[in-house]
Each structure stands twice: as C-alpha cells, then as structure tokens.
Design a protein. Structure first.
Length: 219
C-alpha cells in the first residue's frame, strides 16, 4: 500500500472546519460569494458534494471553485470521484463506505488526500486499515441530511471511535457552533459542517466563530 504523505495530524489542521456544499441550501447563484465569506472567516477546506450534478458539470464547478480556494490557501475535496479530483487538480477525494477502497485511490492517485465517511466503529477501523488520511463519523446529532443512516450516534460512540482510530476524526451530522466544544472534548479532531454555516445570516462571522475553537483569529 502506498504510504500517506501526511505524517502528523498537524499537517491536516486545515480539516478542523470541513465545509460541505449543499446547493439545496445555498443556491448555485450565491455559492461562490457565500464560499468566499466562509473563507474570509477562516474555513480552509471544502468538499464538493453535489450528487445531482453530472460528471461534466461537477468538473466545471470544481475548476470554477479552485482559484478562489487557492487565493485563501484552502483545500478542495471532491465527493466520491477521484477521477474528477485529479482532472480538476483538487487536493483530495472523500469516499463513502460503498465507494472504492481508500487503498485503491492511494495506489492509483498517491497525491490525493483521502477521507472516508464512516457510521460505525467497525467502519472507522476499516477505513484506517485501508489507508484513509481522515474520516468523518456520523450522524452525531439529529439531522435531516443523515436520516438514512439511522438515529443519531451520540457523543459516546464518537469517543469510542476517536480513541480507537489513530487518524483524524471529524464529527458530522447536526453540528452547530455551540456543539463544537463537546465534540472536541470527546476526541474529535474537527467538525464537518453543512447547514449551520450555509444557513447563517453572516457566513463570514459565523465561520470565524467556528475557527476560533481551533485557535483561529476573531474578526
């Protein structure tokens, strides 16, 4: 297996506030301006997760987003599509538990950072053994976007996963600003956020408040 180029969690600090797209919430027309507000607030990683887009449109979107992210030294991840990530010059790919294995992506595209979505302790352990660089664990809290994965996991399973896994674990599902500290207390390396940032009336300020949990500068 190809070894990961990231040797310490410090190399992955940009993941601590991992913003995931949802055009249903933000709207494509407002997306770039809203994204820039999040970047101004300190967000340094974005996952393009627009499952309704065809391959051509997803690649076009990734190419549109990349210069803006580069301006802020932020990382771009493509959901599930390592091929599009490579074509777009993205930094990484985010796999589901039913995607190809992280080891396969690492062997074929060793330059990509690989994240994997997990929903159980077993899934987290498997992703680690297969060479993932980081995982999301969800759903921590009640959230409409994760109803297909069953009831909320809660904080105790999060702690079990973070104590078992040696790679960074991002808490996902129902994350809000006031819940970040307890996720970190239960071992999370960071948080993956969708609605609580995109739905904010002041995305720049709200993003800054998130990053302050990780030593980011206040506005």
């Amino acid at each position: 297996m190809t070894s990961t180029p990231f040797k310490t969690t410090q190399d992955l600090d940009f993941l601590q506030v991992y913003l995931i797209t949802d055009f249903m919430r933000i709207g494509k027309s407002r997306f770039l301006s809203s994204l820039e507000e999040a970047l101004q607030g300190g967000v340094r990683s974005l996952q393009l997760r627009e499952k309704t887009l065809n391959s051509k449109d997803l690649l076009t979107l990734a190419l549109d987003v990349k210069p803006l992210l580069q301006r802020y030294n932020a990382k771009l991840f493509i959901n599930d599509r390592a091929d599009i990530a490579v074509m777009a010059g993205a930094d990484g790919v985010h796999l589901t538990e039913t995607s190809v294995q992280a080891s396969e992506v690492k062997n074929n595209f060793p330059e990509l950072i690989v994240g994997v979505s997990t929903h159980s302790l077993e899934g987290a352990r498997l992703a680690e053994t297969q060479g993932a660089d980081f995982i999301t664990f969800s759903p921590i809290y009640e959230t409409p976007s994760k109803t297909s994965y069953g009831p909320p996991q809660g904080l105790d399973p999060l702690r079990q996963v973070t104590q078992s896994a040696r790679l960074p674990v991002l808490a996902l599902g129902g994350i809000t600003l006031h819940r970040v500290p307890e996720c970190l207390e239960h071992g999370a390396f960071g948080v993956a956020v969708i609605s609580d940032i995109w739905d904010s009336t002041d995305i720049k300020q709200h993003s800054s408040e998130y990053t302050q949990n990780f030593g980011g500068n206040s506005l």
